[in-house]
Ligand binder design. Sequence first.
Ligand SMILES: C[S@@+](CC[C@H](N)C(=O)[O-])C[C@H]1O[C@@H](n2cnc3c(N)ncnc32)[C@H](O)[C@@H]1O
Length: 196
Amino acid sequence: MKSPVYWHPLIYSFIMKLLYGKYFEARYQAIADLIPKNATVVDVCAGDAYLYRHYLKAKDITYTGLDINPVFVRAGKRNNISFIQHDLFRDNIPSAEYVVIQASLYQFMPQEISVINKLMDAAQHALIIAEPVRNLSESGNSFIKLVAKYSANPGKNHPTNRFNQETLSACFRKFKELKDVKTIDGGREMIGIFHK
Ligand SMILES: C[S@@+](CC[C@H](N)C(=O)[O-])C[C@H]1O[C@@H](n2cnc3c(N)ncnc32)[C@H](O)[C@@H]1O
């Protein structure tokens, strides 16, 4: 069953704010800082497109969101955002100067290398991968632990694998295009920046 967190963009946003707390905005700001004004961006597994609505729109970015969840696709379209229903396992990725994937790569384990290759092929200038490296379902806070544990299923499968700092760094280092690695404030997510 699809986790309740994916039933509606407002529920999704509420849960994400709860999980990330004071570091919620920093996760988007860190990505927006890497993308220049007027660029073209494809956001894979875009969720509620918070990145675009609150950060990229103001930079006159030409944006396309992709997500498998029809609830997010409908909500994006209602907000006049270019949004396509898309299964990253199966569908082609439209090309853009910047391809972004945030908090989503774990869902494709153990096929992360072929998925990164596919993302890289679609990126004309850079691929930006932001990924959690602290599993919140192992949090010391029992409420956060419970929410994180039951919030992972987008509808098709329930991903149980997660990266940590070591495994994500090792994965990033397999790509000759890797230019930089950053840690987002709070240390819960790491960003890999890959230049073509
Ligand atoms: C944790 S959310 C991240 C959303 C957004 N990038 C963010 O950081 O807030 C993971 C997203 O991946 C999407 N997703 C899961 N499997 C997918 C697939 N096979 N193809 C495309 N999107 C998928 C889910 O619907 C969900 O919106």
